[in-house]
Ligand binder design. Structure first.
Ligand code: PLP
Length: 396
């Protein structure tokens, strides 16, 4: 009864969900809560995609493990248009969320995980559950918390042939920052030198505020797996649809993941896969939806950035996604007087005293007393904001 896997002991449930539950609980008790914790798209799923789901509600059969051919074709086309690659439908794997695919990637590939600090909350716990080593790569605030090719080289040089997966996520959760093409090229060259598997987490690629997301796969095509899905740019997090796009050189890894998929989740929900086809095929309506979403997010992101800066927090200007990663250490003396010494204690006090829910920097790989936090600026009515953006910014 007590033989719980040692790898799982001590790991707390995903903190994003924990803070969301605590916020819901306080809300149920009648407190007014401003939910800036959960990184969920505020926008409704595009109309045509919802209609496709309704039209396929009767699809009841198990689909092929790797995914529906029509959807895999649509995704290959989408990637080829955006990342200027030449992949085919056979390079595409579908899963119930990119989070699940990230997990089975680590089950299928026996290597250490390299992640820049700060990084999304789930990468490290997933590796720990499987019993893999995690190496946090140092980054610096002056450098927008971005990994440099030099730092990556220093980490890899000690044991140059060791199998490793590097996860690069841009625009970034939690900072909203992204990489320039020169930075991507330099990192790609180091990745090639050490034959890393580069997992390019581009789940926020479509919500680059200027619509100028570039994939690192262009510079290291033979070793890069692109990860994306419907959750962040199509407002459909709860639908659970993620995808990995592999280079032909890594087909054995795709096949190994499909074996694990076949023995675990079998396949992704059939109606959802049919519904995802128009989202990836795109069209004028999807493009309009993205243009409006980016405008809304940019306006709010820049406003919150300005207010935080005026307040005295140190914070990088976001270029995409829904996040800011402010550092409140300018307030350390005042917080000290109230015995608030860690980011966790800071976020808890903020939620209890002001009803504002944000996530502590310790969840993103920082030592407890780094007084940073992640703020997701998406507690607003997305449908209304989109309608407003469509009219107000129509000629912008
Ligand atoms: N990657 C990053 C950086 C994320 O922020 C998230 C979700 O919060 C995911 C991956 C997982 O997304 P999904 O499993 O919904 O595809």
């Amino acid at each position: 009864r007590y033989a719980i896997n040692l790898n799982v002991r001590g790991i707390q449930p995903s903190s994003t969900l924990r803070i969301n539950e605590l916020s819901n609980q306080l809300k149920a008790e009648g407190k007014e809560i401003i939910k800036l914790g959960l990184g969920q798209s505020p926008f409704p799923v595009p109309d045509r995609v919802v209609k496709a789901l309704q039209a396929h509600a009767h699809e009841k059969d198990y689909l092929p493990v790797k995914g529906l051919k029509g959807l895999r074709e649509a995704i290959a086309g989408y990637i080829n248009r955006g990342a200027k690659l030449r992949c085919t439908w056979e390079d595409v794997l579908i899963g119930p969320g990119s989070k699940e695919l990230l997990f089975i990637l680590q089950l299928a590939y026996y290597g250490d995980l390299l992640i820049p600090r700060p990084s999304w909350v789930s990468y490290a716990p997933q590796a720990r559950i499987i019993g893999r080593s995690v190496h946090w790569l140092p980054t610096h605030a002056e450098n927008n918390w971005q990994l440099t090719a030099e730092e990556l080289d220093i980490i890899c040089r000690d044991d140059p042939t060791r199998p490793r997966i590097l996860i690069l996520n841009y625009p970034s959760n939690p900072t909203g920052c992204t990489y320039t093409e020169d930075q991507l090229l330099a990192i790609a060259n180091v990745a090639r030198k050490y034959r890393l598997i580069l997992l390019s987490d581009e789940i926020y690629g479509e919500v680059h505020f200027e619509g100028k997301h570039k994939s690192i796969a262009r510079y290291y095509p033979e070793g890069t797996i692109i990860s994306t899905g419907l959750s962040k740019w199509a407002g459909a997090g709860g639908w659970r649809l993620g995808t990995f796009i592999f280079p032909p050189e890594l087909r054995p890894l795709l096949d190994a993941m499909a074996i694990i998929a076949s023995e675990t989740f079998t396949s992704t929900s059939a109606p959802i896969q049919y519904a995802a086809i128009p989202a990836f095929e795109g069209g004028e309506d999807i493009e309009d939806y993205l243009v409006q979403s980016r405008r809304v997010l940019k306006v709010i992101g820049e406003y919150v950035h300005r207010r935080l800066t005026e307040m005295g927090a140190e914070v990088q200007k976001p270029e995409g996604a829904f996040y800011l990663f402010p550092n409140f250490s300018a307030f350390r003396d005042q917080l000290d007087k109230r015995d608030i010494k860690t980011s966790q204690a800071f976020c808890q006090a903020l939620l209890e005293n002001t009803g504002v829910a944000i996530l502590p920097a310790s969840d993103f790989g920082f030592v407890p007393d780094h007084l940073g936090a992640r703020l997701a600026f998406v507690d607003f009515d997305g449908a209304q904001a989109l309608a407003l953006a469509a009219t107000e910014f129509a000629d912008a």
